[in-house]
Every structure is written in structure tokens, then in C-alpha cells.
Design a protein around this ligand. Sequence first.
Ligand code: FA5
Length: 359
Amino acid sequence: MKDLKDIKNRAEKEVSSARNNETIRQVFQKYLGKKGEVTLILRSLKDLPEKKRKEIGKLANAIRQELEEKITIKGRAIGAKVERNKPKKRIDFSFPGHKLTTGHLHPITQVEREVEDIFQRLGFSVIEGPEVESEWYNFDALNIPANHPARDMWDTFWLRSNQKIPISKFQIPNKSKIKNKNQNLLLRTHTSPVQVRYMEKHNPPLRIIVPGRTFRYEATDASHEINFYQVEGLMVDKKISAANMKAIMERFFEMFFRQSAKIRLRPSFFPFTEPSFEVDVRCLICGGKGCSVCSKRGWLEMAGAGMVHPQVFKSAGLNPRNWQGFAFGMGLDRLTMMKYKIDDVRLLYKGDLRFLEQF
Ligand code: FA5
């Protein structure tokens, strides 16, 4: 009992004279730690006769509890003092702030917006159409009936046959002439279906462009993807000729590439234009010398184009005797590649941030 009281006195003195965290920790170890003086007494209780055990045990436990409280209070007081004495943090207002990383538009979207902007300045409106299209608008209405060999030009992703829609649902001037009474659905292979969709509802004169996503079931390479983007152009009025088309396209390429871009028209075939052209631009990546993007030709095919076929006017319910027009369909991916000198279209769809962050 005397030893215990002595321990208590010593411990209390040491607690009150402790000035820092380390000394208070040492006091704790010395008296209450695993081999601490109070702990050892508590452990030795089992060897004492019952009466003594009760007496000494009671006192030892009370001392342990009291000491524990005192050490905790002292520890807190030391902690608070340390905190008070810490030098105040100064804010340096001249220090540069943290840069916030923000996302940005995909290069194709940037190009799409620029194309829209240029054509709007040339008097064109921007129109949209559905990506899931009917066989009628994608083919029949564009003078490509079922079984016509020209359908092979556009390798098609067809949708499941139980999703057919009856021909009665369409605003077709002469429904009886359509062979496929139940129309298959497909992923549009080009943006041209929107020509007919728009002319059904709007009377000429008109000037529109239709940017959008298109799909083709074909092998991919440096300049071909199965999912790509086109922008359709359509201008209809009383007297429109191929010369108007060439002027508009040349003006567009100049504004887009901000340099004189060389273009050439090659005779071509599209069932929905007559005459038809392929519009090539001198390859800006190799300067015309020949590279993988232009398949060593020095020219890159950018668009199909031509004068609107009378059959297309008829599909839209317009009299071809009254109207003339030109149409074109440009590859937005190809425009993006030329603008930023990208040598593989597939890079645009990989979602690789190391590539995309450069734009
Ligand atoms: C057409 O799609 C026609 N609808 C264009 C047209 C519209 C002609 C109006 C006349 C009047 P074509 O299949 O050539 O045509 O495609 C047009 C452009 O889309 C091509 O010049 C090319 O730039 C781009 N393109 C075609 N296939 C792919 C592909 N797999 N990957 C990337 N771009 C492509």
C-alpha cells in the first residue's frame, strides 16, 4: 500500500512537470505501459491472499484510473499549446493557381461546327436527319430501287427484319409504284436521304447542309471507317447549274483550309445526280507527292456531287420541270484529316487521350 501511494506521488509530480508530448508519453510508459509500475502491481495481485488482493487491487485500480485521466488531460493541454505556438500560415496571393483540366470538343465536332459556320455565311441552313433510316429514303427515293446494282456501292448495316415499317406510313407521292410494301430499317449509309425528307416539307428555293453520322459495312483502312461523318449539301432554285456548284465548293474549301485549295471534278456516277462528279482536293498532307492517306495518288476524294436527278424531285413531290439543283456529300473525317494532317482515320475513333488532347 505504501509503495502504491509512493508511486502515485511520483507519477503525479512527473505529469505536472512534463512540458512536451515525448515526456508525457514516457510517463505513461513508466507507470501504465505494459511493464509500467502500476501495471506490474496489478498483474501480481493474483499471487496475494484474497483479503490483501481486494484491498491492494482496489487502490491500484483507482490510481491507474486517476493517472490515466491526468495524463490524458495533460496531453491535451500540451497539444493545444503546441498548436497555439505554431507559426501562422501565410497565404501568398502572388503564387500561381492550380490549373483546372477541362475537356474539349472532339476534332470532328470542331470541324463540323466550322463547316456549319462557313456554309451559314454562304446562305445555307443547317438541317438534321435520323441515323436509323428506312430503305425508302436511303435508297428508293434516291433512284436506287431494290435489286439495283448501285445498292452495292453502299455496304449496308441492315436492322432486324421484324422492325419493318409499312409503306403507308410514308409521305410518298406514288406509293403504288413501290415494290417493298414493308420497309426495312437500316443505318443510313450517307446523308443524302435528308434531301428528300427536307424537300417533302419545304418548297424551293432552298439551300441546306446536313452534317451527320453515317455507317458502312466495309473493311477499314487509313481512309475508311465503318462509322464516319458526312455533310450533305443541297441547293435548289429555278436556274442552278454545275458552275454554281463548283463556285460554292471552291469557296468553301478556300475558307476552310485558309489557303487556295486545288480541287478537281471527275466524272462519276450516282443514281441520284445527273451528271455526277467526284470532287478531289489536292492532298495537303503530302502536297500531291503521294502518301498512304491519298493512296499515292496526290489527290484525296472529298465528296461526291452532281445535279439533282429528276427522279429525286419526283420522290419529294416536286415537279422536275420547275426546279434545278445541285447536291454534294462530303466526308467530314477526311476534311478533319486534311486540316490537321492526320494520316489515319482510325485515330479519330480510338478515344486515345494522348491523340485527342492535341486538338
Ligand atoms: C456518297 O455517299 C453520296 N451520298 C454523296 C453524294 C451526295 C453524291 C449528293 C451526289 C450528291 P460516297 O460514297 O462517294 O458518296 O461518299 C462521299 C464521301 O464520304 C467520300 O468522298 C468520302 O470523303 C467519305 N467517305 C465515304 N466512305 C467513307 C468511309 N468508309 N470512311 C470515311 N469517309 C468515307
